[in-house]
Design a protein around this ligand. Sequence first.
Ligand code: NDP
Ligand code: OXD
Length: 316
Amino acid sequence: MALLILRNDEKGNAWRQELLKIDSSLEVVVYPEPHQTEAIKMAAVWKHPEGLLHNYTSLLGIQSMGAGVDFILEDPSVGSPQNPSGLKRPIMRVVDEQLTADMAEYVLTHCLAALRDLQHFEVLSSDRRWEPQNYRRASETTVGILGLGTLGMAAGEALLKNGFQVRGWARSPRSAEGISVFAGTEQLSEFLNGCQIVVCLLPLTPNTRGILNTSLFKQMDPGTFIINAARGGHLTEADLIPAIDKGLLSGACLDVFQEEPLPGEHPFWEHPKIRVTPHVASVSDPRTVAAQIVTNYKNLLKGVKPENLVDLEKGY
Ligand code: NDP
Ligand code: OXD
């Protein structure tokens, strides 16, 4: 009986160490170490190679090692309503206080940077140009958050504490103290109208793929700044530079891309109004996340419902 770690990077051993600190009796295999596929009861995965999981027919569940599960549901070997022939198993995701706090900090940092036009001053200062300009205050700025879930709510609360006006957009209506909430596609235009900054913290699903596109930019107030810290698939990349160059948008801060690492020749690197960060908005830390993975593994073995289960119908 073993737990398999299946990742696209070199962090597998560090994760194993943290899992073993929680329970040293666990058998943890880091792919591609030799192992019996039928012994694997749970796979903890991060951007794993597609098509492998259906070899693991004894799996009781699949644990994402991050908050997002899009890469799991896109794997043809994993079953979902869109892919009924794949291996259908419970899928769990990470919900972690540190991950949430880190994302809130990233969003706040880049909203403040956008207010103070830091990117513009960095460009000017590299040319030694002293060109003061007016600035906007947080209290005069409305930030709209697409996706008012775990991360979106925390980002909204951090922005509120720092004096911003905050709106959120979700699938279902709700009330949130200090935040105006809009729900569903029918309220999307109303949500966008009056925002100076729009932050994407949606999960990537068939309904949200490509949502940051020319048609959405046209519904925003001219000169809106966008921050995408969710997934590269949310942005229709070809639409961004024309929207900035035409003044529909004042700029963008992007943490995630269709192709990661962002290829060296990609035009986003060079654009003076686009800030690129390398998928670092918020990174799962094994020291805080390992415990929930061990709990989920043990729950699956006992036949108990695991934590942070993904709704396969909704895709997040
Ligand atoms: P949650 O599932 O907690 O929240 C998702 C939110 O999006 C919910 O409010 C949900 O609405 C809303 N939503 C989903 N689909 C739609 C839709 N079609 N229309 C309107 N609203 C919709 O996710 P998290 O907050 O934990 O994470 C969000 C994403 O952030 C992850 O999926 C991941 O891709 C990304 N991420 C990026 C990181 C980075 O470093 N760049 C780090 C961590 C996560 P409702 O509440 O009504 O269900
Ligand atoms: C996540 C991420 O989904 O790091 O957790 O992107």
